[in-house]
Write a protein that binds this ligand. Structure first.
Ligand code: AKG
Length: 296
């Protein structure tokens, strides 16, 4: 699916835009499932294992930041990862043996849907090597106005910036960090069915949604099977214990086969601890951890 120049672009810049990764049928089915989920959130009054509520959520006007683990909530989201152009992009960039680390559908409601402060995913879940990336599939068009993803090119080759505030892991960098060069940011927009790719060490963030249209972005975070997790902030896998962890790994295998031999690379590792008490999703974590906002 990817040609040599796209692979080189990704390796050099730590991000990529890929157009049209879903069939029309896949896109429509995913949109409809998502609209049903949002509709069903009207009676939800507190964030739970599936819904992450945004400020101002009500029965009359659902406002969600996130639907958690959509690939577990509906098998269609798992099948689409295993059987679409996304699968070949995955193999092109990470090789034949690949795992899903986690999935999430960030919904950014119209009229103020929450910002995601700048961060590097790697700071949340260091692994034995950094063959890890996130796909961001657009379920609706993404424009300059509805809170598009922004990335800092080449930042995946640089340091992991400090993601702590007031002594806790807050899941965001300090926008005043001298190593953070906001002027280099690139904004990733496109049509429903397009997809962003960013490396786990790439600095990225997104502004609030100031438009009247939602921004539905489905993230699949994936890694090579021999990138072994050290510790993750707020990831359920670390609470499973040995047997359940293995079963969970088997369920998360996208292509190829599992490995119990971690590949060790020279990567910068900092453990994301301690966390604030309420550290469910990135939105809660950044808020509870007192992250400074870059979007004021
Ligand atoms: O939704 C976004 O714009 C970014 C999401 C993200 O970086 C995250 O959830 O870790």
């Amino acid at each position: 699916m990817l040609d040599q120049s796209q692979k080189e672009f990704y390796n050099e810049n730590g991000y990529l835009m890929v157009r049209n990764v879903l069939s029309e049928e896949q896109l429509t089915t995913m949109q409809n499932i998502t609209y049903d989920w949002i509709e069903n959130s009207r009676n939800v009054t507190e964030s739970d294992d599936f819904y992450d509520l945004d400020q101002g959520h009500s029965k009359e006007q659902p406002k969600l930041t996130r639907l958690k683990l959509p690939h577990k909530a509906d098998i269609f989201f798992w099948e689409a990862l295993k059987n679409s152009k996304i699968t070949s992009v995955l193999n092109d960039l990470l090789g034949p043996d690949t795992l899903l680390q986690t999935s999430k559908l960030n919904t950014k409601a119209p009229g103020g849907g929450a910002a995601v402060e700048w961060h590097q995913d790697w700071a949340f879940y260091p692994h034995s090597n950094d063959d890890m990336l996130a796909f961001g599939v657009f379920l609706e068009d993404v424009t300059e106005e509805n809170g598009p993803l922004m990335v800092i090119p080449k930042s995946h080759q640089g340091p992991i910036l400090n993601h702590f505030a007031n002594g806790v892991f807050c899941g965001a960098i300090d926008p005043d960090d001298p190593e953070f060069k906001i002027e280099e940011a690139v904004t990733l927009t496109g049509k429903a069915g397009d997809m962003t790719v960013h490396h786990a060490r790439t600095l990225h963030g997104s502004a609030p949604n100031i438009s009247s249209k939602s921004r539905l972005m489905l993230f699949y975070e994936c890694n090579a099977v021999d990138a072994w997790p050290l510790l993750g902030a707020a990831s359920y896998i670390h609470s499973l214990g040995q047997q359940k962890f293995w079963k969970d790994l088997e369920e998360r295998l996208i292509t190829g086969k599992l490995s119990t031999t971690p590949r060790l690379a020279e990567v910068p590792v900092s453990i994301p601890l301690p966390t604030p008490e309420k550290a469910g999703s990135i939105f809660e974590l950044q808020k509870a951890g007192g992250a400074k906002s870059a979007f004021k």
